[in-house]
Design a protein around this ligand. Structure first.
Ligand code: HEC
Ligand SMILES: [Cu+2]
Length: 312
């Protein structure tokens, strides 16, 4: 990866799309430049001092149709480029169901990343090749910007707001990560390494990481602030099942079905509680669809998952 490259590494699907736009823009501007230069040279030679070129009044060359024609043509071209680039940009923020969700927290002056299972990294991120990756990013202090040139992705990371990026790594290797928004003294050193691995290697790497508990801790705070604990702590007016130790167990439902408690079940329980009512309980839980975002769901699930078994 050293030496002078004619073209930067293309390591994601986004890079391919962005490069296509850049190439077309280069071609268009190159053509305009060539035309202007050619006319400049032609006229400079033709009308040089002492040449016998005609220097009378200008001929009436430009008709209204021609003028309307080139105005319309350039307008069309500009709108086309805008629509094309705009659609590409919007695709970067599109949610995708099967994407690997990675949480990114920026702070002066480091990048903290967190995998769905809680594994955490600092100034580093490992991702599997060929798998769509969705970054959910937020800042703990000032504005930063997540910039990976090899992926052609760059997105501001703001305090109090979640920004997203969607991309699929296409080439294994190690690529530099930068902060692209001046954020203080050590801004220039705020960076890291993105490692794209084959899916098997990624799975092996991930299982060797200690699982973090941060998502779970944050989920616990949500559990209280959203009012879940009002029912589920066992002393509220509504009788609700305890959630400790349910992860991985089989739950008998009111209609006789049995469901294994996994990520999907917990999400369903929170978003569509009427669908899977636990045997022996009233369907008194309100739906939280539209009230909790994707990132809060992840934290709630992580919290319930982290609860030790045995307790009611
Ligand atoms: C108004 C009381 C109430 C609130 C508030 C409430 N729940 Fe529930 N919850 C229940 C009841 C009652 C059940 C059992 C009936 C059912 O499955 O719908 C239940 C079931 C569940 C289950 C399935 C439990 C099992 O044993 O399979 C989960 C998971 C759950 N709730 C999570 C949550 C989360 C997370 C929140 C907060 C975002 C929440 N609940 C808020 C009353 C509540
Ligand atoms: Cu920064």
């Amino acid at each position: 990866m050293s030496g002078l490259r004619l073209w930067p590494v293309v390591a994601s699907d986004v890079a391919t799309r962005v490069d296509a736009i850049v190439v077309v823009l280069l071609l268009i501007t190159g053509a305009v430049l060539a035309l202007v230069l050619a006319l400049l040279l032609t006229f400079a030679i033709r009308y040089r001092r002492g040449s016998s070129a005609r220097r009378g009044a200008l001929p009436e060359l430009v008709q209204k149709e021609v003028e309307i024609g080139w105005t319309a043509a350039t307008l069309f071209l500009a709108v086309f480029i805008f629509a094309w680039a705009g659609a590409t940009e919007l695709g970067l923020a599109k949610p995708s169901g099967d994407a690997l969700e990675i949480h990114v927290a920026a702070k002066q002056w480091m990048w903290k990343t967190q995998h769905p299972n809680g594994a955490r990294e600092i100034d580093a991120l490992h991702v599997p090749r060929g798998q769509p990756v969705r970054l959910l990013m937020t800042s703990q202090d000032v504005i930063h910007s997540f910039f990976v040139p090899a992926f052609r992705i760059k997105q501001d990371v703001l305090p109090g707001r979640l920004t997203e990026l969607l991309f699929t790594p296409t080439l294994t290797g190690e690529y530099p990560l930068f902060c692209a928004e001046y954020c203080g003294t050590l801004h220039a050193r705020m960076g890291g390494t993105i490692t794209v691995m084959e899916p098997e290697d990624y799975a092996r790497w991930l299982s060797a990481q200690p699982e973090g508990d941060d998502l779970g801790h944050e989920g616990r705070a949500l559990f209280v602030s959203l009012g879940c604990s009002g029912c589920h702590a066992g002393n509220g007016p509504v009788r609700a099942p305890g959630l400790a130790g349910i992860w991985g167990r089989d739950v008998p439902l009111e209609d006789g079905r049995i469901r294994r408690v996994d990520e999907a079940y917990l999400r369903d329980s929170i978003l569509q509680p009427r669908r899977d009512v636990v045997a022996g309980y009233e369907p008194r839980m309100p739906s939280f669809a539209g009230l909790v975002g994707e990132d809060e769901l992840i934290r709630l699930v992580a919290y319930i998952r982290s609860l030790p078994g045995g307790q009611p």
